[in-house]
Every structure is written in C-alpha cells, then in structure tokens.
Design a protein around this ligand. Structure first.
Ligand code: PLP
Length: 469
C-alpha cells in the first residue's frame, strides 16, 4: 500500500467516524478570537512533517475551532449538509485537479456540467430554454447575472466604462428582505448603493407589485434607467416568496432584467407539490438555486440558470492569447467566457454523484421529512403558552419567540437573545436569530440530511428549559 493509500484510508475512516458522531460535537465552536491562531506556529515548517502530525493537529488544534455545519443539530442560518457521497466526489475532483475553463481543458467536466444543469433544471421544472452554469456561490451567480443585465442595456459600459460619461442612474429593485449579495453586486458594478431601491413588502414580507410599478415609473419619469429587479423565492430571514408571476409581467412589459434568487427554496421545486413556488420563473432572465444549500451537495455548488447565455459572454468574454493557443478550433463550451473566473473547480461531479446516489425520489423524501419536522416544531411552539410563531413557515425554517405577557418589544428582545445564547452555549444545538419588521425572532432551520425527530425535539426542550431559567 502506498503512503497515499494508507493516509487516505485513515482520513476516510476519520470522516466516517466523524459523520456518525457529528451530533456529539459541540455544534457552535466555543473558542475565543485569536485562540486558534495562537496555537499555530508563526512560520511555515522548513522540514517535512509526517501525516500523523498533521492529523493529530487537525484534531487537537483545528477541530475545537470548528462550528459543525455538518452536524444534524445545526439549526442556524440555512442548515445544510455535505452528504457522504458528495464528500467522496470532492476527493475524486481534487485528485483530477481539473481547471474547467475551456472545453478542451477537460471535455468531461464541461459536458457533465451542461448535462447535470439540464437535469437540475428539469427537476425543478425550468423549461429547456434555460442554460445552467455552476458558480461557487449564489453571491457570485447573482453578481454575474447583474453584470449581464448591465450589458443588456446596450450602453457600451463594457468598453467605455461608466465614469466621465453622461449615463442615466441605473436602478435595481429589491426589498428589505433581499439577500445582501445583490447590493454588493451593485456596488461592485459601479451602480452605487443609492440606486438600489427597496420596494415595500406586504404583511407576509413579499414584494408589492403595485409599489414596484409605481417606483419604476417614477424613476423612468425622472430620467433614470431601471436595470434589474431581484425577486426572491425563499428569503433569508423568513423564507418568504415574492410574487414572481406579477413581478415578471412588470419586468417583461418594461423590458427590465428579472433575476430570481431561489438559492435556498428553489430545491423544494423538485417536489411536485412545491413546483408552484417557481411559477413565473420561466419568464425570468436569470435564476439561482444552490445545491449546496438544500440538496446535500458540499459547499460550493451554486447553479445559475439564464435565458440568454450569450449575454453572459457579452459581459465577460475575453480570451487571452496564451489560452487561445490551446483553444484550437474546439466547438465545445468554454465556461471561462461566462464569468470572472478562469480556472474553475470540477463542481459538476459532486452534484452528479449526489443526484444519482439518492435519486430524485430519495432527495424528495429528505426534503419532505425536513418540511414535516419544521411543521411539527411550529405546532409545538404554537401550542405552548407564552410562545408565538412570527412568520409563515412553508418550508423547513420556523421563526418564533418566547413572549410571555407583560414583556414589551425591548424586553422580549433581551429575553430571547438570552435564551438563544444559553441554548447555544450548551453546545448541543445551534440556532440563530433574525429581525422581522424590527422584532427579534428566534429561527430554527432544518436542512441536514441526518437530522432526526429527536434532534428537533432536543432543540425544543432546550429552548423551553432555558426560557424557564
Ligand atoms: N440568497 C439567499 C436567499 C440566501 O439566503 C443566501 C445565503 O444564505 C444567499 C443568496 C447567498 O448564498 P451564497 O453563500 O451561496 O452566496
């Protein structure tokens, strides 16, 4: 056996043990800032070190500073899962060390990406008119889509830039619930934060189409140029769904790019009973769904679907000479032309493995189980005196709080923040919080493939116990 085979087998055995014992680790790391760095040498080693030393330090130095995202008792943010088969695929991709930038730098990486993106599009009910490309994150997918939106305006910004020119203000419409990456993209694209317009939401935190039309028309009347609307299916805070059909009609009528951020909830559309959550998305210009959020693919794997991939090429394609030499006359897709990155990881492999290993049916079963667990948790909260649900919970996230009578908003916030800290300090579970129209809310998100009823029940027991303290 080669050294590599023995070391890899040892790492494999460690991962296997880790996955079976993951719920026993303190979910939220308890180290203090600087603690891990202080345990590491200031210089890189001059001499080679044995594998055993690396693994030993991985366990003794690194693990205490890990917050266990892959724990079935991780209920914070959007809970995610690196399924074992996805971990295996990552190792295989690392072994190949492909840079999937040109078709010929690995035809299989490019073509597999095209095929699995088609599979995913069909699973969530997107028409074949969409083309899918994998990026690392929804943030980069969203940025790339907005860069294409800017290019689609025909203002020659790619060639002439935006400075020292007589250009109208380019406006992007979001809500107060939209994920911050859209605003970051607008900063990076030189639009200016002032041109990111927050449209009012309704009682369920969904973008109001009537307010959107009013704002767009007022902006046009003021000489501004609406560039894009970003609608969300499954907002980060409460998983609200903007009315995409109505928004798409407005976007089409006024020829404005529509980007749909379905990073988390888009996965739910693989279930026929949830297909309707993407109604209207067929009219969008771009859509993001993150398999690394709720489809058990290890970080990073974010799918951007676009109606016109040519617009991405128009925004980004530059083929340098040193690449061109190797480019030859290949007629395959060169993904480096569709975004910022040149070298690209072989991310399609892990998505392919996960989709095949579980099958669509297997994935649907896990998602249904998560949703059922979240609904059951919500029913416990609803039934418990002094506790309340703070937002609709159609997916696997529940926003709630403890609000015994006699507590004003301020006191309720302090109380719930204290409960959250105490629960998380147990190390047994990890939840996060949000604010809903200024009100502090606890938030339980279910998304790990191994989360059980007992795990969710434990979270509820701890919450009630700490509330009673
Ligand atoms: N969009 C939504 C709705 C999100 O909730 C998040 C993150 O949680 C993102 C986008 C950003 O995702 P990523 O980390 O892939 O950039």
């Amino acid at each position: 056996m080669s050294d590599f085979a023995a070391e890899f087998a040892a790492a494999g055995a460690w991962i296997d043990r880790y996955l079976s014992e993951a719920r026993d680790y303190p979910v939220l790391s308890k180290v203090l800032p600087g603690e891990i760095a202080s345990r590491l040498p200031a210089e890189a080693p001059e001499r080679a070190e044995p594998f055993e030393a690396l693994i030993a330090d991985f366990q003794s130095v690194i693990l205490p500073g890990i917050t266990h995202w892959n724990s079935p008792r991780f209920f914070a943010y959007f809970a995610t899962s690196a399924a074992p088969i996805g971990i295996t695929a990552e190792a295989l991709a690392a072994a190949l060390d492909v840079k999937a930038m040109l078709w010929r730098t690995s035809p299989a990486a490019t073509e597999l990406e095209e095929v699995v993106m088609r599979w995913l599009a069909r699973l969530i009910g997107l028409p074949d008119t969409f083309t899918g490309i994998i990026y690392d994150t929804a943030s980069i997918g969203g940025f790339t889509a907005l860069a294409a939106a800017r290019e689609s305006l025909g203002l020659e910004i790619r060639e002439r830039g935006m400075a020292a020119r007589d250009l109208p203000a380019l406006r992007v419409y979001i809500t107060g619930e939209t994920h911050s990456h859209i605003e970051k993209a607008c900063i990076a694209l030189g639009l200016g934060r002032e041109n990111v317009v927050r449209i009012e939401t309704d009682a369920e935190l969904r973008m109001r189409p009537d307010a959107l039309i009013k704002r767009i028309d007022a902006d046009i009347a003021a000489g501004m140029r609406p560039m894009a609307i970003a609608a969300t299916v499954g907002t980060t805070s409460t998983t609200a769904r903007d009315p995409v059909e109505a928004i798409a009609a407005i976007a089409r009528e006024r020829k404005i790019w529509l980007h749909v951020d379905a990073a988390y909830a888009g996965a739910a559309a693989i279930m026929p009973e949830f297909r309707s959550i993407l109604a209207g998305v067929e009219h969008a210009d771009s859509v993001v769904v993150n398999p690394h959020k709720w489809l058990f693919v290890p970080m990073d794997c974010s799918a951007l679907f676009v109606r016109d991939p040519e617009m991405l090429r128009r925004a980004f394609s530059i083929v340098p000479e040193h690449v061109l030499q190797h480019h030859g006359a290949s007629s395959g897709t060169n993904f480096m032309e569709y975004g910022l990155q040149l070298g690209r990881r072989f991310r399609a492999l892990k998505l392919w493995f996960v989709l095949r290993y579980y099958g669509a049916e297997g994935l649907r079963e896990h998602l249904r189980r998560h949703i059922a667990l979240a609904q059951e948790f919500a029913s416990w909260v609803e039934a418990e005196p002094g506790w309340e649900i703070l937002a609709p919970h159609p997916f696997s996230v529940v926003c709630f709080r403890y609000s015994p009578s006699g507590f004003d908003e301020d006191a309720a916030e302090k109380l719930n923040a204290r409960i959250l800290d105490d629960v998380n300090a147990t190390g047994k579970v990890f939840l996060s919080h949000t604010k809903i129209r200024g009100r502090y809310a606890l938030r339980l998100a279910i998304g790990n493939i191994a989360t059980t009823h007992d795990d969710v029940a434990l979270a509820w027991r701890l919450l009630r116990e700490r509330a009673a303290d």
